[in-house]
Write a protein that binds this ligand. Structure first.
Ligand SMILES: Cc1cc2nc3c(=O)[nH]c(=O)nc-3n(C[C@H](O)[C@H](O)[C@H](O)COP(=O)(O)OP(=O)(O)OC[C@H]3O[C@@H](n4cnc5c(N)ncnc54)[C@H](O)[C@@H]3O)c2cc1C
Length: 413
């Protein structure tokens, strides 16, 4: 790193690279403590151009609600969220369906749908009120160098470069994470050959807070309940078909969608802007390196089939925030290797299980090979008939399985 760069006084305890949904959540969780936190974000923070806060809607699991409650952010999020009270899973061209109902298990909702832009507004407001969090944006982390008792980080801004130090650097910089690369962490990447098309639409009948997941010949499609009787569409198509499907006019697009989804919600109409995302499974081989930790998409990027990516990332946030706060309270260096080892050991199991389950779902439900079709029908039937299997699946999907962080248990950090 250029020695000529002048060292500024702004040394951080924790420097978070990436102010998307996951990085911003960590800053909100840590911002009430006596730690000095920095967040570097390439795009102007909270601006519409920021890629993490685009037109997509996010299904928040019940466990995620608990974590946001622990962070004091839930009332603002709930004001813009629609509850998912039931989930209906079916297979295009085959009879039968699996149904999950919140009330049957004593929950008010299985999850909540919220627009990512609305989440962005909540984080922006919360961060602006935290004096110990410094937002550095638009700015790009250009280089990181590991020292024995701190990291040296070069940040590029329009006004010039700035060199800062931090005890711990957190990579929350998404699927193509540079922090991961600087940490020398290898990654495994598997392309699905599928893309997700998203849009909001208004069906003829009220959605009654039911989330529909339907498996079709091109891949899974979901219609998820939103506020104002709108539904959020996530339609997986094969990547080679994506441009053609996106180019259809609204009438044609809705006709194709209707043919695959059926008439449970009456006529599908009034569709908004469409966007598409190529889908891949990306897993970091480790989640930590000396003085460096990965969270969210930088650690794992999943297929949206089960709506687990952000939920998993928020559980990373809750666990990392807890080990950092415990270390700080004990007067320990927050970037020490045993602190990071605690984070990695805690998160490994949950991350592996969710990654494996999501990947298996994609492969099982994107395949028309007859034995697999029979296997998934048998699986759906079994889940529907066996209450313990259903309950276990639900607890995992709701983010309530395994060791729960203090934030999720209503305890202070
Ligand atoms: C179609 C679709 C539907 C989805 N639905 C759901 C769902 O229902 N439920 C769910 O839980 N998840 C869902 N997900 C997954 C969820 O969107 C992601 O898990 C989540 O957005 C990841 O957030 P992140 O903050 O980790 O990464 P990102 O959103 O990628 O944010 C990374 C940030 O880092 C910044 N950055 C990158 N490099 C640098 C640098 N060098 N310096 C400074 N800043 C940098 C970027 O500008 C960006 O703002 C869905 C995903 C898709 C594609």
């Amino acid at each position: 790193m250029e020695a000529a760069l002048e060292r500024t006084a702004s040394d951080f305890d924790v420097l978070i690279v990436g102010g998307g949904m996951v990085g911003a959540s960590l800053a909100c969780a840590l911002g009430h403590r006596s730690l000095h936190i920095g967040v570097v974000e390439s795009f102007p923070f909270g601006a519409a151009a920021q890629p993490g806060y685009d037109d997509r809607s996010i299904a928040l699991a019940y466990g995620t609600r608990r974590i946001f409650e622990g962070m004091g952010l839930w009332p603002e999020i709930a004001a813009t969220a629609a509850p998912i009270e039931r989930i209906h899973v079916s297979d295009h061209g085959h009879f039968g369906a699996t149904r999950l109902r919140a009330e049957k298990y004593g929950f008010e909702a299985l999850g909540y749908m919220v627009e990512s832009r609305a989440l962005g507004r909540v984080f922006s407001t919360a961060l602006a009120a935290l004096p110990r969090v410094e937002l550095i944006s638009p700015a790009r982390v250009a280089e990181i160098e590991t020292g024995s008792d701190h990291m040296r980080v070069r940040i590029e801004q329009e006004a010039g470069a700035r060199l800062v130090t931090a005890r711990l650097v957190v990579g929350a910089d998404g699927a193509e994470s540079s922090v991961r690369r600087w940490g020398g962490i290898d990654v495994r990447r598997e392309e699905y050959g599928q893309s997700a098309i998203i849009a909001n639409l208004t069906p003829e009948y009220p959605h009654r807070n039911i989330a529909y997941e339907r498996f079709t010949d091109s891949g899974p499609l979901a219609l998820l309940p939103m506020t104002d009787e709108r539904c959020s569409l996530v339609w997986t198509v094969r990547t080679e078909q994506c441009a053609t499907v996106l180019a259809l006019d609204d009438r044609e697009f809705l006709a194709r969608l209707q043919e695959r989804f059926g008439t449970r919600l009456g006529r599908l109409r009034r569709i908004g802007a469409r966007a598409s995302y190529p889908l891949a499974l990306v897993r970091a081989c480790r989640y930590t390196a000396p003085r460096l930790a990965l969270i969210g998409n930088a650690a794992h990027t999943l297929h949206p089939i089960a709506g687990q990516g952000f939920n998993l990332g928020l559980r990373d946030v809750a666990a990392l925030a807890e080990v950092i706060c415990d270390a700080a309270a004990a007067g320990q260096d927050v970037g020490a290797s045993d602190v990071l080892a605690r984070y990695e050991a805690w998160r490994l199991r949950d991350q592996r299980q969710v990654l494996r389950a999501t990947d298996s779902l994609v492969r099982l439900f994107s395949n028309e090979f007859t034995p697999l079709v029979l296997a998934r029908k048998a699986g759906m039937l079994l889940v529907d008939l066996l209450p313990p299997a259903k309950r276990m699946l639900m607890r995992r999907a709701m983010g309530l399985a395994g060791r729960q962080p203090r934030l999720a248990r209503g305890l202070p950090l």
